[in-house]
Write a protein that binds this ligand. Structure first.
Ligand code: HEM
Length: 417
């Protein structure tokens, strides 16, 4: 007995999404008293769902495809066009293998080594300053590190602009107006920059080492044996640079977590096993970053008695799931210990997508992100001392993406010998 998915009564919910931001799906679920509902977003009929079982179907590639799932405004800012996010089947697999090949343990270790050097350089600089805004500093630091690791040449005088542009593409994803426009301009500049680099690598003007992202992407072959279109290659190399700079957001939230829960500093300093790892997992669960992910129904199917029509856009509520009382005890408490005996279910802790990395769309950079956050914890706790002056550390859940308003100001920074 199939039922239709309950419909939200609003004619269109786009403005409510802008107002409620991260809490959009959860609030509607609570108001309607149901787990799954259908609403109109930008006039398009859209199914919204949440929960572990919902995540399991959402990541079933027999049922869902990504082609056609990304709105134009997100392509023009966050993602670019024709990147791995939009691919399905063997074309996706071919491209995703290339990304995953960059994430082997040796390669990650090399990235952490490079980044460690930049942390040390930046700390020496910070020691000479009265105060710094951690977000801006870490964006730059990550930009230098990821360019160096990826084989992307970066001149000193362009560091600020490139870091800002890579940040602006992410900052634009839930925006309308000036913030969206800035993201669009940023993407145009970045695609031109990286597009030229791809050409120069291919014609031998610039030599990059084998195994780097720039080399792998420039010489990656599609299933038909052809090189990627220059523009698509640029989109894919930016798919490594941009999200790595975005780890700055999680590092700021890590700083905030340590500031607001100072007991963990001491426990980590006294070498409590695994505490850094579970603290980082809790930061990824607790603080908002990805609000939701979208996919298109590939062919009609039934789930829990509901009919999913072919071609329908479906959103999975990431933020809501990370704060779902069915999945997490006291979800609004910051409690890293919840991960001590965690079962590692691939459909519950999904701040960077769920399911599987190689066959599915789960984030290619998840391990890199976790290791980078752990390294940040080490620097913030063991390598420096600092003060957190009075400032506005609050963050809005209606802004997507969000960040503590002050950007996390630190003062009187000294390295610990
Ligand atoms: C995909 C989040 C860092 C590369 C994704 C997805 C999310 C996500 C939600 C989509 C999952 C889905 O569609 O089901 C994040 C967050 C990060 C982060 C919150 C923290 C800053 C990174 C890093 C890299 C990266 C550091 C690369 C160095 C990718 C790629 C995809 C992806 C290539 C597309 C995968 C595919 O479509 O198969 N990420 N990510 N991400 N991420 Fe990340």
């Amino acid at each position: 007995n199939m039922t239709t998915i309950p419909k939200d009564k609003n004619f269109d919910s786009s403005l409510i999404l802008l107002r409620d931001g991260y809490e959009f799906i959860q609030k509607k679920r609570e108001n309607l008293g149901i787990d799954i509902f259908s609403t109109r977003l930008m006039l398009k009929e859209t199914i919204c769902m949440s929960g572990k079982e919902a995540a399991e179907v959402f990541y079933d590639t027999e049922k869902f495809q990504r082609k056609g799932a990304t709105p134009k405004r997100v392509q023009k800012t966050l993602f670019g066009q024709k990147g791995v996010q939009t691919l399905d089947n063997s074309a996706h697999r071919q491209r995703k293998e290339m990304f995953m090949s960059l994430m082997k343990p040796d390669s990650l270790q090399q990235f952490l080594e490079i980044k460690k050097g930049y942390w040390e350089t930046y700390i020496s600089k910070w020691e000479k300053e009265e105060q710094i805004i951690l977000f801006n500093e870490v964006q730059e630091l990550l930009c230098r590190a990821v360019c160096s690791w990826s084989g992307v040449p970066l001149r000193e005088e362009e560091v600020q602009q490139r870091a800002k542009d890579l940040g602006a593409m992410v900052d634009a994803f839930g925006a309308i107006g000036p913030r969206h426009w800035r993201g669009k301009q940023a993407r145009k500049r970045a695609e031109k920059w990286i597009g030229n680099l791809i050409k120069e690598i291919r014609n031998g003007k610039i030599h990059v080492e084998k195994g780097t992202a720039a080399h792998s992407i420039a010489f990656h072959r599609e299933l038909d044996g052809k090189l990627l279109d220059t523009k698509v290659a640029a989109v894919e190399l930016i798919n490594v640079l941009r999200p790595t700079v975005a780890i700055a957001t999680y590092i700021i939230f890590t700083g905030l977590a340590l500031h607001q829960n100072p007991q963990y500093k001491k426990e980590i300093q006294t070498g409590k096993d695994n505490l850094t790892e579970i603290l980082v997992q809790e930061v990824r669960r607790f603080y908002p970053f990805t609000p939701m992910v979208g996919a298109i129904v590939r062919k009609e199917f039934e789930w829990k008695g509901y009919m999913f029509k072919r071609g329908r856009l479906v959103l999975l509520d990431i933020y809501g799931m990370l704060h779902d009382p069915e999945l997490w005890e006291d979800p609004h408490e910051f409690h890293p210990e919840r991960f001590i005996n965690w079962d590692g279910n691939p459909f519950t802790l999904i701040p960077q997508g769920g399911g599987e990395h190689l066959h599915g769309h789960r984030c290619a950079g998840e391990w890199l992100t976790i290791e980078s956050m752990k390294q940040a914890v080490d620097f913030l706790i063991n390598r420096i001392t600092y003060e957190v002056p009075d400032q506005d550390l609050s963050f809005s859940l209606s802004r997507m993406p969000t960040l503590p308003r002050s950007g996390f100001i630190m003062g009187n920074i000294k390295s610990q010998q």
